[in-house]
Design a binder for this molecule. Structure first.
Ligand code: UD1
Ligand code: CA
Length: 455
């Protein structure tokens, strides 16, 4: 059967009290709407239409990598009205449309599949995803008759007995496209909120003798985020799921309550993660690494057996068996080789560092290519910026850079050379040579006595 999907993401999200559209608030590092898009795509839905309205341009911008189409709902007149705005997307299509809300990021791929399979197997015209909860306040209630659903009543429109119902509408559905298009035209807004409710489509279908069913799932998956408090709850739940997945794959997480791993991060087995680590974006951490406390690692590749402690690593690549930190800062486009050492208070920007090179302390390296087996003394500075432009420094293999050296770029230091401590290097250091670039020391004998300074 042909399948497509609509994601409702036009609402304002007043209760978030934010300048950012609600669906762009992040859960475990990813925007809620992108969680929903990615889950639906993983469930086999390729033709995705996102309904945008409030902050439409921002929502489009943040979802543009997802290859979805958009419908504009310029005025938010309710969820039914939102789907009406996607009429052009649905027109002429036959089959199933899955409609999900962009503010419920915890829905699982298996459940989306199950809902579609159930809908198809039962031959329903509409199938609603529901859950049963103790306190259904605020949610639409499912009114059943025998096995099927009669209607959905919004909380604000419930009578006394409907308020007692504990089965709630998750706001996620499958519809037969033609039946849906037909009933959208019949929606009215004569309800407590004066809105066109998508949920009223159910009653309309029933009145036409069509079949409507419901599939019950875990409440946790259906939680909608309407406030910052619910956003934090969603974060806790997803964080737990992500950490449990990695533990299941053989990763040790010492304190899962205080370890923050983004949803798209990959981690190899026997890696050990101490508390206070934030691992974000498309980061890949390979096997057997040790992440001591308190690092932030974003969009980076960390090869096997790397040790990292209290550092920030952004868009960088760290080779096997290298150690980083404590207190190192690797900025974008940095590539560190194997068995290297990047120590405390070292900042590296847009540079490559070869295998077995040691940059142990208090050093800045920017826009440089550094070979293998080099040693950087404490306090080396690559002077890569003259106030106008950035220049490149090239250092060969096995160079020994003495403490407190300035390398004024552009400059080249050839293989197997030495630089004396305290040098300011402004021209090429030839292979195999020692460069000394500092004032010669003069001693003035008896100076302290002569000045009467002796204590
Ligand atoms: C909706 C359901 C309710 C269900 C609940 C589950 C309706 C009428 N009610 O209520 O039965 O229990 O979800 O979470 O559908 N949106 C638009 N355009 C609009 C209005 C909303 O795109 O004009 C989008 C919002 O961005 C949001 C989603 O639709 O992503 C749900 O809207 P919201 O206002 O949160 O609906 P609820 O009151 O939670
Ligand atoms: Ca909601």
């Amino acid at each position: 059967m042909y399948k497509c999907a609509i994601i409702m993401a036009a609402g304002e999200g007043k209760r978030m009290k934010s300048d950012t559209p609600k669906v762009l608030h992040k859960v475990c590092g990813k925007e809620m709407v992108n969680h929903v898009i990615d889950t639906m795509r993983a469930a086999g839905l390729d033709d995705l239409n996102v309904i945008v309205g409030r902050g439409a341009e921002k929502v489009k911008e943040e979802t543009k990598s997802r290859n979805v189409s958009y419908s504009l709902q310029s005025e938010q007149l309710g969820t039914g009205h939102a789907v009406m705005c996607a009429k052009d997307f649905l027109k002429g299509k036959k089959g199933l449309v899955a409609i999900f809300t962009g503010d419920a990021p915890l829905i699982k791929e298996e459940t989306v599949k199950k809902l579609m399979d159930f809908h198809e197997a039962k031959g329903y015209d509409a199938t609603i995803l529901t859950s049963v909860i103790e306190d259904p306040t605020g949610y639409g209630r499912i009114v059943r008759k025998n096995e099927e659903v009669e209607k959905i009543v919004e909380h604000k429109d419930c009578n006394e007995s409907e308020l007692q119902l504990k089965e709630i509408n998750a706001g996620m559905y499958c519809f037969d496209i033609e039946s849906l298009l037909d009933s959208l035209g019949k929606l009215k807004n004569n309800n407590a909120q004066g809105e066109y409710y998508l949920t009223d489509v159910i009653g309309i279908l029933k009145a036409q003798g069509k079949k409507v069913g419901a599939l019950i799932t875990e409440f946790e998956e259906t939680i909608g985020v309407n406030s910052r408090k619910e956003l934090a709850q969603a974060e806790q739940i997803l964080k737990r799921r992500i950490n449990e997945k990695h533990m299941g794959n053989g990763v040790t997480i010492i304190d899962p309550f205080n370890t923050y791993i983004g949803i798209d991060v990959e981690i190899g087995k026997d890696t050990i993660i101490y508390p206070g680590n934030f691992i974000e974006g498309k980061t890949v951490i390979k096997e057997g690494c040790i992440l001591y406390p308190n690092s932030r690692i974003k969009d980076s590749i960390i090869e096997k057996w790397v040790t990292i402690q209290s550092s920030v690593i952004l868009e960088s690549h760290v080779g096997e068996e290298t150690t980083v930190g404590p207190f190192a800062y690797l900025r974008p486009e940095t590539k560190i080789g194997k068995h290297a050492r990047i120590g405390d208070f070292v900042e590296i920007k847009k540079s490559t560092i070869g295998d077995n090179t040691k940059v142990s302390h208090l050093t800045y390296i920017g826009d440089a290519e550094v070979g293998t087996g080099c040693n950087f003394g404490c306090g080396t500075v690559v002077v890569n910026y003259d106030g106008k432009a950035k220049y490149k420094t090239i250092i060969g293999d096995n160079a020994f850079i003495g403490c407190n050296t300035n390398l004024v770029s552009p400059v080249e230091v050839k293989d197997n050379s030495y630089i004396a401590a305290g040098s300011t290097i402004t021209k090429e250091v030839p292979e195999g040579s020692l460069a000394i670039a500092r004032a010669r020391q003069i001693n003035i004998e008896g100076w302290v006595d002569k000045k009467g300074l002796k204590k």
